[in-house]
Design a protein around this ligand. Structure first.
Ligand code: KG4
Ligand code: ZN
Length: 365
């Protein structure tokens, strides 16, 4: 029978997943997911080739109450036994954030429990400490539909953003490339699948930002290059689509590899590698096998552990929000009041300069 620790109810509604979860954090920092309910809105947005914010918010409203009840029931924890409510309060689509916040605040108010607004990116950043024992500091590569960032995670609430995209997020680039090649949404898995049949080196694309001393990313030029090649080859055969997908994947993988090699070097110079620090990769794009394999090899070579949380915890979920809430509470960080406002843009590193595309994906549909 567990006596100590924290039990946190988490809520996530910042994009196109409605999610609720209950997570336990023991006093020595071990996390256990007691329930993790996610309802994807994929089908709702598929016809539009991207997330439609208004539809997303309406859908969150209609299912969130039920998901919270399910998460509580599955966890076996009564609402009265919950220590705090943690809700994503940004960055993200404002309508969805409002739905989650209102629900979380209502529960907190009705039960007189502490309430925390959690940064969605902090959820992604700390997931590795829920799934694996990872000590601070570590390096995080966050690659999703809305974010592409290299972040130094120094502690709970203590982040340095080392690099970000200057245009499209990587998942967004996968999605747009898939769309222009006539593949479905979300594009990442489709491009990866098609690339399996691709003929290597039939098309060659540049590697964005290679050797650039800034640790930033850029993917929109690549997408344009694919478009131009596709137009030149039209009408596209299945084989040509596969070949273009492979060329795109090879190029973005090489770009990530180049950027991460530089980041690992910078980390090593500052902290050393004696303690075998971790390179953590998170976000939906981390599900890509070619990318994972390449980064793992790179980490290995540089003397780092490679940690990629399981795909269901890489993509958006509420367990990561509950966990970030638990970590914040354990670190003694303050709770929020019930007048907390949602923030569509909210960089993890408040000192980092805002670059286009660093925020959560917006009305990209
Ligand atoms: O983290 P996520 O579920 O949602 C947010 O954007 O926050 O990431 C979704 C993104 C989409 O752009 C999707 O195309 C991409 O992750 N993705 C992939 C793969 N699976 C999902 N990209 C490349 N390869 C994949 N296997
Ligand atoms: Zn996310």
């Amino acid at each position: 029978m567990d006596i100590g620790g924290l039990r946190i109810l988490g809520i996530e509604t910042s994009c196109d997943e409605t999610a609720a979860a209950v997570v336990h954090r023991s006093p020595d920092g071990v996390g256990t997911i007691l329930s993790d309910v996610v309802l994807s809105q994929l089908d709702l947005h598929a016809a539009f080739g991207g997330v439609v914010p208004e539809l997303a918010a309406r859908s969150h409203v209609s299912v969130l109450d039920r998901l919270v009840s399910e998460a509580l029931a599955e966890s076996g924890v009564a609402l009265t036994e919950i220590d705090a409510i943690a809700v994503t309060s940004g960055p993200g689509l404002i309508g969805g954030l409002m739905v989650g916040l209102m629900t979380g605040k209502a529960i907190a108010m009705a039960t007189a429990k502490p309430f925390m607004g959690v940064n969605h990116l902090e959820g992604h950043a700390l997931t590795a400490r829920l799934t694996d024992t990872v000590a601070f500091p570590y390096l995080l590569l966050l690659v999703s539909g809305g974010h592409t960032q290299i972040v130094l995670v120094k502690g709970v609430g203590d982040y340095e953003r080392w690099g970000t995209t200057i245009d499209d997020a990587l998942g967004e680039a996968f999605d747009k490339t898939a769309k222009l090649l006539g593949l479905g949404y979300p594009g990442g898995p489709m491009v990866e699948q098609a690339a399996l049949d691709g003929i290597p080196k039939r098309f060659r694309l540049p590697v964005p930002m290679r050797k650039d001393p800034r640790l930033d990313f850029s993917f929109s030029g690549l997408k344009t290059a694919v478009r131009q090649m596709a137009e030149a080859e039209a009408p596209l055969s299945r084989q040509t689509i596969a070949d273009l997908c492979l060329a795109f994947q090879v190029s973005v993988t090489a770009s990530l590899d180049d950027r991460i090699a530089m980041a690992l070097e910078r980390f090593s110079q500052r902290f050393g590698t004696e303690s075998k620090p971790a390179l953590v990769v998170a976000g939906g794009v981390a599900a890509n096998t070619a990318i994972r394999t390449t980064l793992e090899r790179r980490a290995d070579k540089a003397g780092f552990r490679f940690i990629a949380p399981p795909p269901n915890l890489c993509t958006d979920n509420a367990a990561m929000i509950a966990w970030a809430g638990a970590e914040r509470m354990a670190a003694g960080l303050p709770f929020d009041t019930l007048d907390l406002a949602p923030r569509s843009r909210w960089p993890l590193d408040q000192t980092a300069i805002a670059l286009i595309g660093h925020g959560k994906r917006g009305a990209k549909a």
